[in-house]
Design a protein around this ligand. Structure first.
Ligand code: NAP
Length: 286
């Protein structure tokens, strides 16, 4: 085992706190330009999943910390697709709302893709619409999904350039793994996107100079698979503050590691807030 003397801890919590100061100043400037009208991030929460309720509460608190407002639309678990679409239409038409979030996952009877695609691209601050996703994939200006977007901001803040590096992303969900692979590709990494049908995942991870765990299984990626000197990003989150990567010994021999907790999670919320402020600054004007 090589000792890597200068492992950089990618402190998402500290960066998110740092970002809040400049976001607060931007919100204050917006309000003074707009007759004191407060920008709003609206969230639609369908059903009663306690984890989703917690995430929504955290996002609302983060809005208020920078002087924005949040608006919560709660719908019962038996809500139909049409009900959700009607709420989205109302929020799209409301000039006070600058960002719209439909909290994932929605109950099975709701057509999530259809609902996501109803969100105005201008208010799609979590990059969930097909159009917004396509723009992001093409490297055009767009709000990408907040979690991979937050990871790219974190890497950028610490001056980590992934260009030319072999990156392995484990997990290909639409909100995390797939856009992560595209963002890394757009940043000139050479990317392998792994999933449940990948053969010899361990070998793929061993070859990686950048590893992103986005698999949704606690400590699924073993520390022994990770090469000395790698940049390790753990996007997973499980009860007890455990991620998708086993962290044992990584800090002694890797180039950079996200702590768990306090790495990717705070950057997701910070990115969402930053993208909502940006949408408000643009004034939702086509
Ligand atoms: P998801 O939708 O369940 O996707 C999991 C992915 O992992 C799928 O692509 C799946 O492959 C892949 N996978 C499952 N078993 C595998 C295996 N044995 N080998 C290789 N790949 C496998 O999860 P998600 O929503 O992307 O979330 C992933 C993790 O990130 C979770 O821990 C979640 O809590 C966390 N998360 C954190 C934040 C944050 O803000 N910190 C935000 C979002 C998610 P298939 O496609 O083949 O099924």
């Amino acid at each position: 085992m090589a000792i890597h003397s200068q492992c950089v801890v990618l402190d998402g919590k500290a960066l998110a706190t740092l970002n809040e100061a400049s976001l607060s100043a931007r919100v204050a400037a917006l309000k003074s330009r707009n007759g004191n009208r407060t920008p709003i991030l609206a969230t639609i929460l369908v059903g009663d999943d306690p984890a989703s309720a917690t995430y929504v509460r955290m996002k609302g608190n983060a809005c208020r910390r920078v002087g924005m407002d949040s608006r919560l639309v709660t719908l019962p678990a038996n809500t139909t697709t049409q009900d959700v679409l009607a709420e989205i239409d109302a929020l799209n038409a409301d000039p006070d709302v600058h960002g719209i979030l439909l909290q994932h996952p929605v109950p099975a009877q709701v057509d999530e893709r259809h609902c996501f695609d109803r969100i105005s691209t201008l208010k799609d601050v979590d990059g969930v619409t097909s159009h917004g996703f396509g723009l992001m994939a093409l490297g055009e200006p767009a709000f990408g999904p907040a979690t991979p977007g937050g990871i790219m901001r974190l890497l950028g803040h610490y001056g980590i350039d992934v260009a030319g590096k072999r990156a392995v992303v484990v997990g290909r969900s639409a909100i995390l793994g797939k856009p992560m692979a595209l963002m890394l590709t757009n940043a000139n990494a050479t990317v392998t996107l792994c999933h449940s049908k990948t053969v010899n995942l361990e070998d793929e991870v061993r070859r990686a100079e950048v590893v992103v765990g986005a698999v949704g299984k606690p400590k699924f990626i073993r520390s022994a698979w990770i090469s000395d000197g790698a940049i390790v990003i753990d996007a997973g989150y499980h009860p007890g503050g455990v991620g998708d990567i086993e962290h044992d010994g990584l800090i002694e021999r890797c180039a950079a590691v996200t702590p768990m907790p306090g790495g990717v999670g705070p950057m997701t919320i910070s990115t969402l807030i930053a993208q909502t402020v940006e949408a408000a600054e643009r004034g939702n004007i086509d």
